[in-house]
Design a binder for this molecule. Structure first.
Ligand code: TA6
Length: 294
């Protein structure tokens, strides 16, 4: 429950009853266990704008009901730019989650309905497991009374903090098909025995396995990302030229970040009235002796 946590803005004060989600999620610190932040270690740009309605460059952005600019809505949809409320009495969870959690809720506002005319309830549970894994579970319900289904795409756009992008290796995506956003979303196939980074990357890997590992050799650390209900994986690094063009991102910050996030993009989710969808992402950080076969 809320009393077990201190939720902090990245460089601001504690959040009490409502908050913008990109501010709430990270850093996310259990009051009697402040090293959680170090364990999870997501990246927030030093140039990030903390003033609404601009989304903060970093953390884990909740992209709903659209990822990127592929649709009529603003980039990554409106959910990441909204104020969410603490959900005091969420309905029972269909999957087991840790006792150490907070529930947040977003409902369609009159403003949202003008641009996306579908009534929804979006419940997000942010949990920490006893060993420090960070688990995000989203439940989205179609509560329309018009009898109509709606469709959406979704991503946990996760900025990992890495020591040197050129030394990072991502395993689990090799040989998969992907949509390349740098080539008009052309469908291509990944070659090689892991994904490594030498230039700008902006890809959506399709039908990815439920476990992806991000190996940071220099920090001797591996992030393990596990997912459910989210077939795709977004991978993004802007590299130098794009970084320079982004006002809320330092010129060299691309060297120390990598976005890898569970997503549902290629095949949008369809929800009929009364239906609920669940999408989960879990991140663990383990020492680098870890091998992806474990
Ligand atoms: O990774 C998908 C993507 O849409 C990229 O094309 C890039 O724009 C990135 O997200 C960052 O999005 P943001 O809106 O945070 O600048």
């Amino acid at each position: 429950g809320l009393d077990k946590f201190v939720l902090r803005e990245a460089r601001g004060s504690s959040v009490e009853s409502s908050a913008r989600l990109d501010r709430v999620c990270f850093p996310f610190i259990r009051s009697n266990f402040p090293s959680i932040l170090v364990i999870v270690d997501v990246n927030i740009s030093f140039q990030a704008t903390f003033k609404p309605p601009k989304a903060i460059r970093g953390g884990i952005q909740i992209c709903f009901p659209q990822l990127g600019s592929h649709g009529v809505l603003e980039q990554h949809g409106f959910a990441r730019n909204q104020f969410w409320s603490v959900d005091e009495s969420p309905p029972p969870f269909p999957v087991a989650t840790s006792n150490c959690h907070i529930d947040l809720i977003l409902k369609s506002s009159q403003e949202d309905l003008k641009i996306w005319p579908h009534s929804y309830e979006f419940r997000l549970r942010v949990s920490l497991s006893p060993r420090g894994d960070l688990i995000l579970t989203s439940r989205i319900t179609n509560i329309s009374s018009d009898g109509k289904p709606f469709q959406f795409t979704f991503a946990y756009h996760t900025y990992f903090s890495v020591s040197d992008i050129s030394e990072v290796r991502v395993e689990g995506l090799e040989t998969l098909d992907y949509l390349d956003n740098l080539q008009s979303r052309n469908r291509c196939t990944e070659q090689g025995d892991a994904v490594v980074f030498e230039s700008e990357v902006d890809k959506v890997y399709l039908s990815a396995p439920s476990k992806i590992v991000i190996i940071d050799h220099e920090k001797k650390r591996t992030f393990v990302l596990r997912k459910e209900g989210l077939p795709d994986v977004v991978v993004w690094n802007p590299w130098g030229k794009k970084a320079k063009a982004m006002p809320d991102f330092g010129d060299d910050e691309y060297k120390n970040m990598l976005c890898v996030g569970a997503a549902a993009i290629e095949k949008p989710i369809t929800l009929r009235p009364g239906e609920e969808w669940l999408g989960k992402q879990e991140i663990s950080a383990v020492p680098s002796s870890y091998s992806s076969g474990q």
